[in-house]
Design a binder for this molecule. Sequence first.
Ligand SMILES: Nc1ncnc2c1ncn2[C@@H]1O[C@H](COP(=O)(O)OP(=O)(O)O)[C@@H](O)[C@H]1O
Ligand SMILES: N[C@@H](CCOP(=O)(O)O)C(=O)O
Length: 300
Amino acid sequence: MIAISYSSSANLGPGYDILSMGHDAFYDEVEVLEDHSNEIKISGDGIPLDYKKNTAGLSASMILNDYGIKTGIKINIKKGIPAGLGLGSSGASAAAAVRAINKLFNLGMSHDEMVHYSMHGEIAACGSAHPDNVSSGIYGGITLVQSKNPVKIKKLKINLNFSILLVIPEFFMENKTMYARSLVPSKITMDEHIESTQRLSSLISGLITGDRDLVSYGMNDNIVERARIRMFPYYYDLKRRVIENNAISACISGAGPTVLILYDDKSDYNGILRSVDDVMRSYNIKYILKKSRIMEAYND
Ligand SMILES: Nc1ncnc2c1ncn2[C@@H]1O[C@H](COP(=O)(O)OP(=O)(O)O)[C@@H](O)[C@H]1O
Ligand SMILES: N[C@@H](CCOP(=O)(O)O)C(=O)O
């Protein structure tokens, strides 16, 4: 059985571990076959092949255990999403594997149940079962984590027209998200809480009502992005310059280093491209650009 899952940008500024946007920039394809060895075998390029260290393998082992499935499986992962760049690569393999296993063994899981098993797989990548990337990897679109335990996900009905530009630095850090999560403060002040809640509620409201200004205001974060800024020192300059060119907004994609830019027909697209190039050159960082759209939904 084969399933795919697309790249995603988690957090969207103030929605740390809450919001995620699936996009059609890249995808992983995962094939799951029954195997009579009673083991979980993994194949794939550039990823851990020990099932306990691979997000897809870890999700699979939890499902086999919980459902009492005695047979072994073979998981063939075709990586389309580059890993370690904030594009939800680790979560996508898990989400695609869970979707494939659900179909292969006819388990009839709900979407939230599939998110539950997929987020468990993220432990293999970063030591933490964060549910945001895998939520959009299972539901598609822009998702909101209402609750993690039990998993309850809401897919937002978006009424804002925009396109996506991803600025993807050429960079690799093993265990990047694990490190990035270690930088996040464990306590914040009441003023920070209030500002962050204003931003998050404005962002969600703007996306649903199609209010461009609310999205521009809301897609800002002074807690998690700021705590991680040493990982992407070009970010504030890049953001300022693309907003001068009337981008809707920009944020760090997941734990970075990729930057997600939202733009529309009011934006000066060529000006955005020029300013991205100026800033990235000034920091001496090579990058690629990827235009994409929201990945709206999966068929299963
Ligand atoms: N199936 C998988 N796909 C991608 N990365 C995986 C997978 N399984 C485990 N990993 C590990 O997860 C890490 C990448 O995940 P992470 O740091 O969260 O970045 P991202 O999810 O942004 O690509 C790498 O260290 C990689 O070895
Ligand atoms: N909410 C997580 C999202 C990590 O996304 P990734 O694509 O960088 O793995 C975080 O910010 O730690």
